[in-house]
Design a protein around this ligand. Structure first.
Ligand code: AMP
Ligand code: MN
Ligand code: MN
Ligand code: MN
Length: 282
């Protein structure tokens, strides 16, 4: 079990717990450090920080930005945010608009496929129209028996190129990294092995990310196959990236991605925590 978890979601995006409940769960799990990294939203950071101040837990304000790189939906995590920084607020306002328009378009596509009212039901599951995500749609499709699982909802309808997918309109990866670097201590490429890229293309993505100013790579995560960790560590070294770790916790209903539910990275000089630890004394 890890004591530092730098990737987790709340109801302010597609997680199941309120920011407050997330912090209490993290403290109960024995975490010392938690980063709240909702998709394209920082709405949960202030409430999470207020609760963290009452427990023995250091809370980092973070965000997981949706971006695109050569047609691939790439997630960039920023940690140690200045929550008042105007470039951050402008960026998230833009992302909220993209998210809202995309949700309406997904709803229209599903309606055209014969599934009416899914947008309204997905909206009812999310904290606001700006926090609506594909997971909410997937959950509605599963609830209605259209699909057997969330995974099937992505495979058939919501994944890139599937029946109800809409073309990507997210900010470019490089532009996103540049803005986040102005407002955060660290930018991290999230879950590099989940983009369905060949190792060659993934290496190209890492090169582009590092050239754009990206600082770290998510290496330690709950679901990992043998051999993946050494390969990622070697890539981090090759591209001069620090190493990050996180569960990508979304809620109690996905127990295989529990808070801190992964083997901690060795505390070498390349741990991203080194870039953030001055924050701890603050
Ligand atoms: P969005 O941010 O709206 O594009 O939705 C992406 C989110 O959907 C991810 O962060 C996951 O929480 C969730 N998800 C679950 N299964 C999948 C999948 N097979 N492919 C992509 N996203 C998935
Ligand atoms: Mn998610
Ligand atoms: Mn992600
Ligand atoms: Mn995530």
């Amino acid at each position: 079990m890890a004591t530092i978890d730098l990737h987790a979601h709340s109801v302010c995006s597609d997680g199941e717990l309120t920011p407050e409940a997330l912090v209490l769960r993290a403290a109960a799990c024995g975490l010392q450090v938690l980063a709240l990294t909702d998709h394209d939203s920082i709405a949960g950071c202030a409430p999470a920080m207020r609760v963290a101040a009452t427990c023995d837990l250091h809370l980092l304000a973070g965000v997981e930005l949706s971006t695109q790189w050569l047609g691939v939906n790439v997630h960039i995590i920023a940690l140690g945010l200045d929550l008042q920084a105007p470039p951050l607020l402008q960026l998230l306002e833009r992302q909220a608009g993209v998210r809202e328009r995309r949700a309406v378009a997904i709803g229209e596509r599903l309606a055209a496929l014969g599934f009416a009212g899914v947008y309204e039901a997905a909206l009812a599951r999310s904290a606001s129209v700006q926090s609506i995500g594909r997971l909410h749609f997937a959950q509605v499709l599963q609830e209605r028996g259209v699909v057997r699982s969330v995974q099937q909802a992505f495979d058939r309808y919501l994944g890139t190129g599937r029946k109800a997918a809409v073309p990507l309109d997210w900010i470019g990866m490089e532009e996103g990294v540049a803005i986040l670097n102005q407002v955060a201590k660290v930018t991290v490429l999230a879950h590099p092995l989940r983009y369905g890229l060949s190792r060659t293309r993934l290496t190209q993505l890492l090169t582009a990310f590092a050239q754009a100013g990206g600082r770290a790579l998510e290496v330690a995560t709950p679901v990992q196959l043998p051999g993946e960790w050494p390969w990622l560590l070697a890539q981090a070294t090759k591209h001069a990236l620090f190493c990050s770790q996180g569960s990508d916790f979304h809620g109690p209903s996905t127990p295989w991605a529990e808070l801190g539910g992964f083997a901690e990275l060795p505390d070498t000089g390349s741990s991203v925590w080194r870039l953030l630890s001055d924050d701890r004394a603050a």
